[in-house]
Design a protein around this ligand. Structure first.
Ligand SMILES: NC(=O)c1ccc[n+]([C@@H]2O[C@H](COP(=O)([O-])OP(=O)(O)OC[C@H]3O[C@@H](n4cnc5c(N)ncnc54)[C@H](O)[C@@H]3O)[C@@H](O)[C@H]2O)c1
Length: 376
């Protein structure tokens, strides 16, 4: 690879530009619609590098090299000589299709086009192109520098060359890449959004938000579901929940309460009581929920946890049946590296085996011996 193009200069694009320039050491061009947005992306890169130099994590020379490799532009023509272009524009199918269509007019026939979409169909995105086989999904997680996982999405017509390039890129960026079929939400978001959806569903049905929020603590996740909602932004969480519901069905619940929270821009978690303490849900959000339920049922923490684990087991069973991944260990890797599932718990599928959920819900264990088989 000799030159990389990044479409967009927003939250993800600017982080990607920085990582690509640092790890690949090739020129990177980042394009947005107007100079103000381009400048904002470039400022992010420069500010981050200054902080890293200040903290002694990057040498001044390496920072200067990374900066000199990144160019910001509003002009599409700057992508003409890129052999790898990744788009990180707003999550709207029509927009992403238009971006790829205009790129295809100017890039070389062998250049690879990647998308950082969180939940849109990569196959649909590529479907109107002259060369759909060059399109591959490369789903990075936020914050890009810290999150070690990349999901590589094999769309219907993705070529072996495009897939191999995606794995090569992930390796150069020092990420762990896991192959996923082009199914809604791919791997991590499908499970994480289901988990958050089930917590919200319990509250809609009459459970106290504080009880529901605390219910997952035995899993040792890095934060509670509402702190996570605030981190990703309730609007983004709701957007993915709604799109997964449309694509996968009503097990991804509809929540009028969450819709109202997003409409009003309400924050859902409280600041931690002390440094390092978990962020708790704001109990005041209870007023948003339960509008559609005539006979509320208040669950205990153990009952909420049971519903969440049952739903996750069922979903993982479906994902394996659909061929989203080839084996349960890939789901374990994704949940550890992409969702902060406790490494000590040995992965989500051995945990569901040990706690009896896989046999109860699916009638069989994910791993016959009870532990993930390690290739030797
Ligand atoms: N935010 C996250 O945590 C996260 C995580 C993983 C993946 N993603 C995905 O990354 C993509 C970008 O998300 P984001 O959070 O960085 O969004 P963002 O809103 O911060 O940035 C999107 C940028 O795209 C620009 N843009 C729109 N149309 C364009 C065009 N035709 N040409 C060039 N630039 C254009 C916008 O001006 C904006 O600056 C989305 O597909 C999102 O689903 C986001």
């Amino acid at each position: 690879m000799t030159k990389v193009g990044i479409v967009g200069a927003g939250l993800m694009a600017a982080q990607l530009a920085l990582l690509f320039s640092q790890r690949l050491g090739v020129p990177v061009v980042m394009r947005d619609l107007d100079q103000e947005r381009v400048d904002k992306g470039l400022s992010y890169v420069n500010d981050t590098l200054s902080k890293l130099v200040g903290a002694g994590k990057v040498s001044a020379a390496a920072a200067a090299k990374a900066t000199s490799l990144i160019q910001g532009t509003t002009e599409l023509e700057q992508f003409a000589d890129c052999d790898f272009v990744i788009e990180a524009v707003t999550e709207v199918m029509k927009l992403k299709k238009a971006v790829f269509a205009e790129l295809e007019e100017i890039i070389s026939p062998t250049a690879i086009l990647a998308t950082n979409t969180s939940a849109l169909s990569v196959s649909d995105m590529a479907s109107d192109l002259k060369h759909p086989e060059r399109v591959v999904g490369l789903h990075f997680f936020n914050p890009v520098a810290q999150m070690p996982l990349v999901e590589v999405i094999h769309a219907q017509r993705t070529s072996t060359q495009a897939l191999a390039t995606a794995f090569y890129v992930a390796k150069q960026l020092r990420k762990t890449a896991v192959l996923s079929a082009d199914r809604p939400g791919f791997i991590v978001n499908r499970l994480l959004i289901l988990l958050m959806g089930k917590v919200v569903e319990a509250i809609e049905n009459g459970t106290d938000p504080v009880v529901a929020d605390r219910a997952l603590r035995p899993l040792g996740l890095p934060m509670g579901p509402f702190a996570l909602f605030d981190l990703v932004g309730p609007a983004v969480g709701l957007h993915v929940l709604t799109s997964l519901r449309e694509d996968l069905g009503t097990r991804f619940p509809h929540s009028p309460g969450l819709e109202q929270i997003v409409k009003e821009g309400t924050k859902v978690s409280l600041p931690p009581a002390s440094k390092g303490a978990p962020s708790e849900v704001d109990p005041a959000i209870a007023k948003y929920f339960g509008s559609n339920v005539s006979q509320p049922v208040a669950l205990s923490e153990a009952q909420v946890l049971d519903q969440v684990l049952s739903a996750l087991t069922h979903e993982i069973g479906l994902m394996l049946e659909e061929g989203v991944v080839q084996n349960p260990t890939q789901i374990d890797v994704c949940m550890i590296l992409g969702a902060g599932w406790s490494f000590a718990a040995g992965g989500i599928t051995p945990y569901l085996d040990r706690t009896g959920y896989s046999e109860k819900i699916l009638g069989k264990r994910f791993h016959q011996e009870g532990i993930a088989s390690i290739p030797r």
